[in-house]
Design a protein around this ligand. Sequence first.
Ligand code: SF4
Length: 217
Amino acid sequence: MISKEKTMTALEKMYEMFPEAEGELVSDSPFQLLIAVILSAQATDVSVNKATPALFEAFPTPEKMAEAPLEEITDKIRTIGLYRNKAKNVKACAEQLLERFNGEVPQTREDLVSLPGVGRKTANVVMGDAFGIPAIAVDTHVERVSKRLRICKLKANVSEVEETLMRKVPEELWIKTHHTMIFFGRYHCTARAPKCDVCPLLDMCQDGKERMKEKTK
Ligand code: SF4
C-alpha cells in the first residue's frame, strides 16, 4: 500500500484533472436524491437521470410516492436495471419516511441504512450530497482506482476500502475525494481501457506500469 502522503499526491493530481467533479444524479430535494441513489444501484447515473424527471414530476414528495400505485412507479422506472425490486423499495422507503421520520430524510447513517433499499454506500452519498456530512461512498470506480493505485490492499472489501480512505484522507476532503475518484474512474482510469499512456499518475502506479509493459510486448 502507498503512504498517506503518496495517496494525497495522487488525489491532488486527480483534483487538478477533475476540478468540477460532483454528483451527477439530478434531484431537487434530499428525498429525490435518496430515491435517485436507490435507483442507481447497479445502473448508470445516465439511465437514472433519464427516468427520474417523469417519476419526480408525478411523485415529487414522500407523501405522493407513498400513495402512488406500485404499477405506476414500476412503469416510470422500467428502463432502469432491477426496476421491479427498486419500485417496491422506493415506495416502501417513502412510506417509512412518513411513518418514522415525519416525512424527512434522516441525516444519520444508522437511520438511513434502516430504510428499504438503502445500504451503506447509498447512505454515504445522501449524507455527503444532501447534507454536506463528511462520508466516502465506495462504488465500483472508487474501489477500482484505490486498488490500481495501491491506496488500499488489493484484497480489501468495500468496507476496508472505505476505512482505508477515511484514514488516509482528511475528513474535510472526503466528499470531494469521493466525487473526484468517481470522475477519475469513469472518464480516465476506466475498467476496460484506462488511459495509462497519458496518465499523470503513471510514475506512481504499479498497475499502469504493468499495463504499459504488456502493450509494448
Ligand atoms: Fe489508472 Fe493507468 Fe493512471 Fe494507473 S496509470 S491510475 S491504471 S490510468
